[in-house]
Design a protein around this ligand. Structure first.
Ligand SMILES: Nc1nc2c(ncn2[C@@H]2O[C@H](COP(=O)(O)OP(=O)(O)OP(=O)(O)O)[C@@H](O)[C@H]2O)c(=O)[nH]1
Ligand SMILES: [Mg+2]
Length: 486
């Protein structure tokens, strides 16, 4: 009598009786039946596994917190997201480190391009008019010209400089500046966004791994298949730019320190973004061939977010692990419509408003002051009926840059007339801005919810992580009180 392999069906099962193989079953028929039974068993186990995973997802969903990071472009939302990542998933930032090199090089190349273009148009204008007429206008009275630290803009014209001439520097830096488009293309994967102002690059979630994939295509996959660590694989384009940067490092330093450039900055004829200054100050370190971005470099790197990027962190609090879904949105006006689908089930919002931006205007609409735009946007968020129950946190951000601007003598009243003749010191200014945001909140607060405010500089890791801990505790208290979530 042939030995039967245990069947899928139990011997006591009445169905088993009905499905029993006919006594006349041949060996070949038996083999086919066993194969079919094994396949049915595999499918059944797969269904069980799918159900188990679904139950797991549902269970986690019941215990998850959905946190939106909102605010205008350049307010610091993605930087704050990086701080969450550092705190709750530090290894993932290490894995991305190499991809940030491309962003930082792009930031450097764009900054040099901006300096050279401004220099060129200034020199053109200089050929037509006297230097005194060109400089001096806003800088001499309001931009701290009398400060002992600030060089006179007229010095910029001094022929005594021992530095290379700006035109010689321009010629030598031209090949590097020419890499701008290729770097932009690498980061955006060929996607361009209309109305993106000075030609900024937008990236979607997951760009870090795609940057390398775009560079290598299947070759990278082979590297991985061959067991080579993907972290050591560097984009050849980024490496080319690295070599060019290393060769031009002294020229970049000369350009950055050139009296004409210094003069234009002091006279506020050349306005550089804060990250430009950070990277140009550190150019010797950044252009070294062995350069790997530090965490501080990653926090200063600038790339615009496109749409909404979701980041998931397991947050442990009082022995309970809760899954936090962080939504980092693109803040430019053309991106704001993408936020709405996330309003429905949000538990909390951190609204990020850069208080250093009082002297800046929107890239998307150069007539709108950035503080005004932040206040308008905050009004819309506070009054939105879909958000009336969310936990609301306000970060008055970039306080480090605000301090630096005030120290340099920049006067708030020149840009925000209602500031009047109040004292132009840090404490008065931040309290003035805070009062405006509180007023918006008070006027749009049917549900009498609390607004938690923090003065922040989200590039400062230690201080920001302390504040994140604070925000986490306050959100968690609300979360426990919500009967639906317990
Ligand atoms: N010094 C300083 N720089 C900051 C601060 N917050 C953000 N930044 C810098 O400002 C730039 C813009 O920050 P992001 O976090 O990219 O801005 P965002 O709000 O995500 O902008 P979008 O994605 O365009 O909406 C980056 O270069 C940051 O390093 C801050 O508190 N202090
Ligand atoms: Mg962003």
């Amino acid at each position: 009598m042939p030995i039967r392999t245990p069947s899928l069906y139990s011997q006591d099962d009445p169905i088993t009786e009905a499905l029993k193989p006919p006594p006349s079953e041949t060996e070949a028929q038996r083999q086919i039946r066993l194969q079919e039974e094994a396949e049915a068993k595999r499918i059944s186990e797969q269904i069980d596994e799918d159900l188990r995973q679904e139950r797991e997802i549902l269970k986690r969903r019941r215990g998850e917190v959905k946190l939106l990071l909102l605010g205008q472009a350049e307010s610091g939302k993605s930087t704050l997201q990086k701080q969450f990542q550092l705190m709750y998933r530090p290894h993932s930032l290490d894995q991305e480190r190499v991809s940030w090199k491309t962003v930082i090089f792009f930031n450097v190349v764009r900054s040099i391009k901006h300096i050279l273009t401004t220099l060129e148009s200034w020199e053109d204008a200089m050929n037509e008019t006297q230097p005194e007429a060109k400089f001096g206008v806003p800088g001499s009275s309001s931009a701290g010209m009398s400060s002992p630290r600030s060089a006179s803009p007229y010095r910029a014209l001094s022929p005594v400089s021992s530095k290379a001439s700006t035109s010689a520097l321009r010629i030598r830096l031209l090949p590097l500046v020419g890499m701008d488009a290729a770097l932009a293309d690498r980061l955006s994967g060929g996607v361009t966004v209309s109305g993106s102002g000075k030609g900024s690059v937008f990236v979607r979630t997951g760009w870090q791994s795609r940057t390398l994939e775009n560079a290598f295509g299947r070759k990278r996959q082979q590297h991985i298949d061959n067991g080579k660590a993907p972290e050591v694989v560097q984009d050849p384009l980024t490496q080319d730019v690295n070599h060019m940067l290393e060769a031009s490092s002294e020229d970049i330093k000369d350009l950055w320190e050139h009296p004409t450039v210094r003069g234009l900055i002091t006279a506020r004829r050349l306005k550089l973004d804060e990250w430009s200054e950070f990277f140009l100050r550190n150019i010797s370190r950044i252009s070294a061939i062995e350069y790997i971005p530090t965490t501080d470099d990653i926090l200063h790197a600038r790339i615009q977010t496109m749409g909404v990027a979701e980041h998931i962190f397991d947050v442990n609090i009082h022995g309970k692990t809760v899954s936090w879904h962080l939504y980092d949105v693109g803040g430019a006006r053309g991106q704001r419509h993408t936020w709405v689908p996330y309003f429905d089930d949000a538990n909390a919002i951190i609204f990020v408003a850069p208080v250093s931006a009082f002297d800046q205007y929107l890239e998307e609409d150069p007539r709108t002051n950035r503080i005004d735009d932040s206040l308008q946007l905050f009004t819309q968020i506070c009054s939105n009926p879909l958000l009336k129950n969310v936990h609301l946190v306000l970060f008055l951000n970039k306080t480090d840059l605000l301090k630096a601007k005030l120290d340099n003598g920049l006067r708030v009243a020149k840009y925000i007339t209602s500031f009047g003749n109040r004292k132009n010191d840090y404490e008065t200014v931040v309290q003035y801005f805070r009062a405006h945001f509180l007023q918006v909140h008070r006027r749009n607060n049917e549900n009498r919810r609390v607004l938690y405010t923090h003065f922040t500089s989200v590039v400062d890791t230690k201080a920001t992580q302390r504040i994140i801990g604070n925000v986490r505790d306050s959100i968690f208290r609300g979360y426990l009180q919500s009967a639906a979530l317990v």
